[in-house]
Every structure is written in C-alpha cells, then in structure tokens.
Design a protein around this ligand. Structure first.
Ligand code: DP6
Length: 344
C-alpha cells in the first residue's frame, strides 16, 4: 500500500512505470515552442530497462504542487515545464471533482540521472501517464501532456517502434502511432548503452535545437529531404525485419543530427573523441564476414547506444569489452540473454 506524505489523508493516487525511448530517426527542432510541436517526424523504441517510476497524488490536503525526483525536490514554479504540464492537466479536468486538488509527484529512475542519459523524457512520460490515470484522460491527452513536458517523452507511451508524426498538429490529433510489426522487430533487438561521459551536457537539447533552427542551413535540407526519406526506409525495414537497412538508417540519422549540430553557430559538439572511437569500433565490427550486425546512435551527448540483433549480442559484448574505454552499463531485460552474458 502507498504510504502518503505526512498530513495527507484524502487523496487519489496512481503509480506507473514508463521506459526511456531512443530515437532512430531523430527529433531536432520545434515548429512551435509553446505547443512543443516538432519540425520533423521521428521514430523510436523504448529501452525497457531504463525507466522512471512515478506516484501521482491528487489531494486537497496539500498547500502547493510539488515534485520530488530521486529524493530531490524540483522547482515547480511558473515558467517551469512541470507548471506547464500541471496547468494543461487542470484545463483538461476542469469541472471534475479533482479540479481544485494540488498535484504531488514522487519519481525515481532506474538509472542514475547523472549518467548523462536523457532522463527527463522518461520522467515526463511517467508523470503524464500517471496524471492520465488519476484524471481519466484519453491516450491523445496523455501524449499531449508528455509532449508538453519534453517533446520526445510522448514516444515512450507505447511499446515497440513508434512514429511521431509532425503533420498532426491539432489538439485532439493522435500524433504518435505504432509502426507496423514494431513490437515483433523490437523483441529481436538488443541495446547496449555505453556511458562515455557522465557529466551534464553544457547545452541542453531544447536550447541546442533552438540554436540549430535559428542558424543551421543544413537543418532545412535535413527536415525537407533527409528525414522523410529515412522515415519511409526505417518503417519499411521494421515491418520487414530488415536489420541491415535499419542499421544503415540509424547510423546515418545519428550522423545527420550531429552534422546539423556542427553546422549551427556557435557549433554544438556533443560527441567527444571516445564517441568517435565507438563509431569506428562499430564500423570495424560490421566489416567482418558476418556483415552489418550492429548500429550506433547518439543523442545530444557523448554516450552511445549500440543496437544489435539478440543473436549477435554475445559477440558484440565480447568485442566491446576488449576496448578499455567502452564501459557497458545497461543491457536488455531478456532473462535468457542475461544468463548467457552472466550479468545481473
Ligand atoms: C537528440 O525531447 O529532450 O534526443 O522537446 O526540448 O524537451 P525537448 O527536447 P527533448 O529532445 C530530444 C532530442 C534527441 C533526439 C530524439 O530523442 O529524437
């Protein structure tokens, strides 16, 4: 049973768990900052081992809203993303019994926030999902709340591969849709996360993408030409379980995002020397007679996520554990594989 905070006796609660997602076609740039609408489509899948767990408490016993993440109280005042999400939630439940209630959130993440992995997205997805439960919201409303917290968070709400469609801009639109055979294809994959540097990034994603929108010429070409082509290719690759095309698009997408970052002024350089060594190591791994069996992808930071088919996971781990800098920290939930790899 949930232990309510001191002084709270009357409350409606929900506890939910939502994984972090990793994009294979990247979201980079907003068409509308206030409504958090993206400039381009993106495609992602969840990394089930990396999740946020949130308890949402709606109560009239508290004096103010509050959010605690991994035991640290967060600022929730005006101008914060929490305030924005809560305001929208209140708009959605106006006229119901809970309209006057304060919102308390207690979240934990299964991975250290300091590890430099995008964590706020999983956190906002869990808050949105939890608010959806206590407020009895529909899926489109939950996805919209998640997106207001952190754009990419809206992709975490569904299993398998999902497509965030940038052409859907209406408030009632369903803008995140499953990719055909996305659950089946995701279940054949293994994701290894390599924490290369656990320092906080100097320029966050929101600020970085804003700079790219304002200054990068290449971004226009990426949005108009590169991304639509990659979305078609990757959806086709997922639905036909074509790992080679999936890997090719995934690596090109990561490189395209970081090319846009370097084309921004001042340039955004999220990758470091070790990230490039990791890129080379994956291409080396793919140049053996076994062919293309792994793909890397990097978000706005130096840490790598390397994807492979489950059947190649053991070979991948032994290849990378030879590299002293490749600190492999998280792995698939697949119990059988864990036994093979002898990991916890
Ligand atoms: C590089 O969702 O963190 O990870 O919408 O401003 O909160 P905001 O940005 P965020 O951006 C993620 C960017 C990315 C690529 C991706 O996940 O698609």
């Amino acid at each position: 049973m949930l232990l309510l905070p001191p002084g709270i006796t009357n409350a409606v609660t929900a506890t939910v768990r939502v994984p972090m997602n990793i994009a294979f076609v990247k979201y980079w740039g907003k068409a509308d900052e206030r409504r958090m609408l993206p400039l381009n489509d993106s495609v992602s899948a969840n990394l089930d081992d990396l999740y946020a767990e949130s308890t949402i408490i709606l109560t009239t016993d508290a004096e103010a809203d509050g959010v605690i993440v991994n035991e640290v109280p967060m600022p929730v005042g005006e101008g914060t993303r929490f305030a924005k999400v809560f305001a929208e939630f209140r708009r959605m439940i106006a006229g119901t019994d809970h309209a006057q209630a304060k919102i308390l959130v207690v979240s934990t993440t299964s991975f250290p926030v300091k590890a430099g992995l995008a964590s706020s997205a999983a956190g906002f997805a869990a808050i949105a999902y939890g608010l959806g439960k206590v407020g009895e919201l529909n899926d489109a409303q939950v996805a919209r709340l998640a997106r207001l917290g952190s754009g990419s968070a809206c992709r975490s709400l569904y299993p398998g591969f999902v497509h965030w469609d940038s052409s859907k801009t209406g408030d009632e639109d369903t803008f995140v849709v499953p990719v055909e055979s996305g659950i089946e294809f995701a279940s054949t994959l293994f994701a290894a996360v390599f924490v290369i540097d656990n320092k906080q990034k100097t320029v966050g994603s929101s600020e970085g993408m804003k700079r790219s929108v304002q200054t990068s010429n290449f971004l226009k070409y990426r949005v108009q030409e590169v991304v639509p082509h990659h979305v078609n290719l990757i959806k086709e690759a997922v639905s036909t379980a074509d790992f080679i095309t999936f890997a090719d698009v995934t690596m090109r997408e990561s490189n395209s995002l970081h090319a846009v970052c370097l084309d921004s002024l001042p340039p955004l350089s999220y990758l470091n020397e070790t990230s490039f060594a990791m890129i080379n190591a994956v291409h080396d791994f793919n140049s053996t007679p076994a062919g293309v069996t792994a793909a890397y992808t990097f978000d706005a930071g130096p840490n790598a996520v390397v994807l492979a088919q489950l059947t190649n996971a053991q070979r991948l781990i032994s290849h990378f554990s030879r590299l002293p800098w490749a600190k492999f920290v998280f792995e698939t939930k697949d119990e059988q594989l864990k036994e093979v790899l002898n990991v916890q």
